[in-house]
Design a protein around this ligand. Sequence first.
Ligand SMILES: NC(=O)C1=CN([C@@H]2O[C@H](COP(=O)(O)OP(=O)(O)OC[C@H]3O[C@@H](n4cnc5c(N)ncnc54)[C@H](OP(=O)(O)O)[C@@H]3O)[C@@H](O)[C@H]2O)C=CC1
Ligand SMILES: O=C(O)CCC(=O)C(=O)O
Length: 432
Amino acid sequence: MSSETPQSAIKSTVSPPEQSNESAIETARQQLEQAAAHIDLNQGIAERLKHPRHVHRVSLPLERDNGELEVLTGYRVQHDSVRGPYKGGLRYHPEVSEAECTGLAMWMTWKTAVMDLPFGGAKGGVVVNPKSLSEGEKERLTRRLAQELRESIGPLQDIPAPDMGTDAQTMGWLMDAYSMQQGETSPGVVTGKPPVIGGSYGREEAPGRSVAIITREVCDYYNHPLEGATVAVQGFGSVGANAARLLDSWGATVIAVSDVNGVAYDGDGIDVQRIPSHDEEPESVTKYANEVLSAAKLFEIDVDVLIPAAVGNVITQDNADTLQADIIVEGANGPTTSIGDEILRERNIPVIPDILANAGGVTVSYFEWLQDINRRPWSLEEVNNELEKEMLTAWNEVRTEVEKRNVSWRDAAYIVALSRLAEAHEARGLWP
Ligand SMILES: NC(=O)C1=CN([C@@H]2O[C@H](COP(=O)(O)OP(=O)(O)OC[C@H]3O[C@@H](n4cnc5c(N)ncnc54)[C@H](OP(=O)(O)O)[C@@H]3O)[C@@H](O)[C@H]2O)C=CC1
Ligand SMILES: O=C(O)CCC(=O)C(=O)O
């Protein structure tokens, strides 16, 4: 590894909490404190950024197909809007909670700032297993959610997008329900919708594409040629499948991919173009495997690059010591706990943070929002070219901080984001 910044020289300034199952809000606050210690961040602003501006909690009565009524809980947490409207995904997952949405909303604030997009940060979700819902139930739930959140979302207020368990169709229903309540077609209220109603080409694969672009850049930085580099990917959904397929088409050898059922492994390389993604056929990864490993084994495989692209808190104090990858690129939001991060730093394993690596999703969401305002679609080529430019700009800005300050990639990305946020808070002169 030919880092100009020996990771072993980097010292943590804040002790992580003594627990491995920390919540997203705890991880996000810990990361904020750690990065803030490297810059002269106004204490008031740092304190403000530890808290969301609004937390909306809604009850969602859902009539199941068998006629029974169930009342589900939904959240929309709006963290910060100093740089523009709140922006962030909507997740349908059984583990959605206020603490999780708050941490995820904070990460959206840093993500939009590190990409220099004119947005703030938000996140929401419904506490439900989406696999337990029929298509009709999912549609009724989504329309009810749009009704309950109507006062709080809007093209200039808060713009949801897909996340785990939601997709382009979910955004289509949300846009339709909101538009019907407003009495006018409002494509800009959500992003990630189907192109036929104002969605952007390339949005679905954008977070995976940005993970692949950043993997290419980090491999180059550390002199690991992408051609032939071995890669393991956790999760084969919107982020994981698209990242794996692109990296495969750029010459990397993907030797392991996983889903909820375990890991498909082949040391000679897996044909990831042949495996259906979660969207195409959930839980299908292991059906296409020559060799199936248990989920935990993914972190023991000796690879050049490990890409966690499923759920949070998967790299912890329990496996960070034994993990075999040379480089980690975070496709998921919050896959590494504070202690996991600390251990990897001590082991000199670079971790490229989620707020940079998977930011292609929100970046193309921004392109979609512009297309909706102008009522003029961009071609796929235009979207991908612009995304490549934006990702390289952000990568170079973060790399400059790594080299200048001798900090980790995560701290460097936070420094870029926090500097922009602090400047905006100071320029507005109040506590928005
Ligand atoms: N979609 C987006 O625009 C963006 C998403 N992200 C983040 O990326 C991550 C993945 O999101 P996305 O790809 O959209 O999600 P999807 O719902 O499209 O896919 C999730 C994938 O993860 C797998 N999975 C779920 N739980 C586990 C587990 N415990 N262990 C292993 N695999 C698991 C699923 O398997 P199965 O098929 O078996 O259910 C599926 O393959 C999330 O952290 C999300 O917040 C980040 C930026 C943008
Ligand atoms: O596209 C967006 O607005 C947000 C996507 C998202 O939720 C994320 O990047 O985590």
